[in-house]
Design a protein around this ligand. Structure first.
Ligand SMILES: N[C@@H](CCC(=O)N[C@@H](CS)C(=O)NCC(=O)O)C(=O)O
Length: 259
């Protein structure tokens, strides 16, 4: 396990502290990827998902992770604010396309992955449904799944069906974009350079098919819960999309994952 301080300790420190779960959550892995590419050092603070933390609540006025805290500035709790802060701390390599239209496209597409009702949100709805129907979960895992289901209102009737439609539509859009980019001779989702979107895609794909155990050592129940089996979602995933995830991890990100 990676080294973590407590949230209370992190609050007292300066420099960059990042509150993270001890699991490969897509929001957390995206932020770790961005910090890795930019070589920004940070201290990790542990967030046990499923146990609402009073300390995190008092510090950040919310209880999810990742959170990025830079010196005594307001903590950043949302992915796009976190990207801007990382760009400010280490402007190079730039992960925001310099061209304004490409940048607008990048944020629109990234929101389809990371935003509320986006891909990761929707795959979490489906993962929670899988978790709740998996009789093999231990007590702690079941409590976490039930906690997330309640917090994000994932039990609302019809939500799994809507999530499956949303997720598959987004995956299809990424597949089409990747194909066009490849035809234009690019290895990346936007333009001809690595952008944050490639990192968001790579991390989000964990909730379609996690990296193999030797690269991502996660408990078996979590791997089963993360692995997409919704027929519409599975059908939407072209092999190129997982190849792109593997390319981004191999070339730019830290392997094996550590959390
Ligand atoms: N606030 C993040 C989303 C992060 C998020 O949803 N985190 C979840 C991952 S399951 C979490 O920590 N939930 C547990 C909790 O809120 O206690 C963003 O929009 O960028």
């Amino acid at each position: 396990m990676a080294e973590y301080v407590s949230i209370a300790q992190a609050r007292e420190m300066s420099g960059l502290r990042v509150v993270l779960p001890p699991a490969p959550g897509p929001w957390a892995e995206s932020l770790k990827g961005i910090l890795h590419v930019k070589k920004i050092p940070y201290v990790r603070a542990l967030h046990e998902v499923g146990t609402p933390s009073l300390e995190l609540q008092q510090w950040t006025a919310q209880t999810s992770s990742p959170v990025m805290a830079w010196n005594d500035e307001r903590p950043r709790t949302v992915w796009n604010d976190q990207l801007y802060l990382a760009e400010r701390i280490a402007p190079l390599p730039q992960l925001l396309p310099p061209d304004i239209e490409e940048r607008a496209l990048m944020f629109g597409m990234a929101n389809e992955l990371m935003g509320e009702t986006g891909l990761v949100w929707s795959l979490r709805v489906l993962a929670i449904r899988r978790g709740q129907t998996n009789l093999k979960l231990n007590e702690k895992a079941r409590a976490m799944v039930d906690f997330l289901a309640a917090k994000y209102q994932h039990g609302v009737p019809g939500e799994a069906e809507r999530a499956s439609l949303r997720a598959s539509r987004i995956i299809l859009m990424f597949g089409e974009r990747l194909q066009r980019q490849r035809q234009d001779g690019s290895h990346f989702l936007i333009g001809n350079e690595l952008s944050a979107l490639d990192i968001y895609w790579a991390a989000s794909a964990a909730m379609i098919q996690p990296l193999p155990p030797e690269l991502c050592d996660m408990p078996r129940w979590l791997r089963t819960t993360y692995t997409a089996n919704d027929p519409r979602v599975v059908e939407a995933v072209r092999p190129e999309l997982l190849e792109h995830r593997d390319f981004i991890y191999r070339q730019y990100l830290q392997l094996p994952l550590d959390f």
